[in-house]
Ligand binder design. Sequence first.
Ligand SMILES: NC(=O)c1ccc[n+]([C@@H]2O[C@H](COP(=O)([O-])OP(=O)(O)OC[C@H]3O[C@@H](n4cnc5c(N)ncnc54)[C@H](OP(=O)(O)O)[C@@H]3O)[C@@H](O)[C@H]2O)c1
Length: 388
Amino acid sequence: MGRKVRAFSITSEAVAAEKERVGGDTKAMDVSRVIALDDLELRDVGPTDVHMRILAFSAEHNIDHAATADTVNISELRGGRMFPGNSALGEVLAVGDQVTKFKAGDIVITHCNGEPDEYGFPLRIWAYDQPDSVGWYGEEAVVGDWQLIQAPLDCGLTLWEMAALPLRAPTAYHMWRRALGIYRIKVPRERQAVLNVMSFGGGVGELFLQLAAAEGHNAYFCAGSAERRAALEPFGITGIDQKAFNRFASKDDVNAFRKHVRDLTGGENMHIVCDMLRGPVFPAGLAVAAREGVNVSAGWQLSQVVEYNSTLMSAKQVTIDHTHYETVQGCAAATELYGSVFKPTVHSEIYAFDDTPRAFHEMHENTQTGIPIIRVATDLPASVANLV
Ligand SMILES: NC(=O)c1ccc[n+]([C@@H]2O[C@H](COP(=O)([O-])OP(=O)(O)OC[C@H]3O[C@@H](n4cnc5c(N)ncnc54)[C@H](OP(=O)(O)O)[C@@H]3O)[C@@H](O)[C@H]2O)c1
């Protein structure tokens, strides 16, 4: 019998009950009534496995998608119960006899590439649609050694800041290298060194802009949250208040935004736009695209389906690119930039483990001032005690 630990689960029964309670209105769902503490039996530690104690994790938006079933009903597809959680930081307790990269006492972070395709890109995401994958929103976990990366403890970030990054930083890193590469096929560095780069709100968008700013580009953060815009100012990232344009509710709002961006960029517009939201944000992002521009996305928070004028995008030579999570190698490369480039904004409250459902509810309500972190371990190892 494997060891039993406490971990959060989502059941299709809980999703259905909450959906019924709010009359089918996904936006009105209280996800804290869906995500519940459960007992998880850990599998035995195999030869290439690592047994770790979770110290902290970040709340990720894919849990909101799982708990509301707004895209696919993933808990149902996973057989009625799933243990979510694909972004965590932990302490290694024991390793299988073939593991050479890690030893007991190491501090590690996870990546969530569930199954790389032949070029390394994820066919599925761990603890989401990868069959039989068990997530890390629990007290302990047994994971394959290929799913872990050493945490860069001397990178200058706090433990909570490091815990904010395992999922969001590789996503931002991949989108940035892809979008820049695509733009550079069209307009080489020799012709134009400095680009205008814009992202809409969210943790991934913030990190995307930190990459752009670190490489000397003009970076703009178009978000509704004043706190999150202010947090990016020290990086030289200019805020644009999305609510001043009514979150692009009408064509007039988009036109006003188009004019604002034209003035802000001296008529150049945005060479690269990161849009993790879609919905009304998508036409706004395209409206401010420069000629030869790139619009990149790995998210569909507000809508899965988009529509655009193909003729116009062709005439403007605009590329609309879709990415997902990084390759395993790309995740390791993104980790090299912790602290030097990636300095995430963490929400003001560090949540206790038992408060995890509330953390997800507040994420759903969009009231957090930064990336939400849940502290799992009350006692921290000496190696990280100075990082909190
Ligand atoms: N494919 C992948 O590998 C991958 C990885 C990470 C995330 N994602 C997806 O990308 C999306 C964003 O993730 P994240 O981690 O960056 O987000 P996040 O930190 O949870 O933030 C979500 C952001 O959405 C913005 N927002 C909320 N409601 C909005 C609305 N009605 N209109 C416009 N903006 C709104 C908010 O910004 P303001 O209120 O400040 O505007 C908020 O900061 C999620 O759907 C997530 O599932 C995908």
